[in-house]
Write a new protein. Structure first.
Ligand code: SF4
Ligand code: SF4
Length: 158
């Protein structure tokens, strides 16, 4: 038992102290650090958050799902259930930004309205959340490789 434990520790230590640092040493720059992060995670809609952004995120998290903002929003209807969806998305974790893309497009019609923000009993800064989400989604799009157009099938394909 003890031998097996020592053996496991040996391989773990070898990997952490020798192999991993050696690998980093010889990896090309684009496969480590920020470029590697972007390559791995932007396909999942994740982009890095600056220290300043992280510090500000707590302001977005106070939603109690009371629905008052939805009740005063003139855009509610059809597929748009209301602005609370944004506040809820930030109230538990950082949201999946691409999943908010279509809902975000509805907000192009907000104009100068601030009703949702003014109605919120928790002072959740909804308009700031909208703007922040737009900005981060633009970062996701900028970091993603260009989308390829779908390949057209021949007309008489089986
Ligand atoms: S700012 Fe936009 S989301 Fe908020 S209540 Fe007005 S129209 Fe609705
Ligand atoms: S009014 Fe404020 S607390 Fe209530 S659902 Fe909307 S964002 Fe959340």
């Amino acid at each position: 038992m003890l031998l097996r434990l020592l053996n496991a520790w040996f391989w773990l230590a070898l990997r952490a102290l020798v192999l991993h640092p050696l690998r980093l040493l010889f990896l090309p720059a684009e496969r480590k650090g920020r470029p590697a992060f972007l390559a791995e995670y932007t396909v999942e809609g994740l982009v890095p958050y600056s220290a300043q952004e992280r510090a500000g995120l707590h302001r977005f998290g106070g939603c109690i799902n009371c629905g008052l903002c939805d009740a005063v929003c003139p855009l509610v209807g059809g597929d748009f259930r209301g602005p609370s969806i944004f506040a809820l998305a930030y109230s538990r974790a950082t949201p999946e930004l691409p999943a908010l893309r279509e809902t975000l497009a509805t907000l192009d019609r907000c104009g100068a309205c601030t009703r949702c923000r003014d109605a919120c009993p928790r002072s959740v800064p909804l308009l700031d959340i909208f703007a922040f989400t737009r900005r981060k989604l633009a970062e996701v799009d900028a970091a993603l490789p260009p989308r390829r157009a779908p390949v057209a099938l021949p007309e008489h394909a089986p």
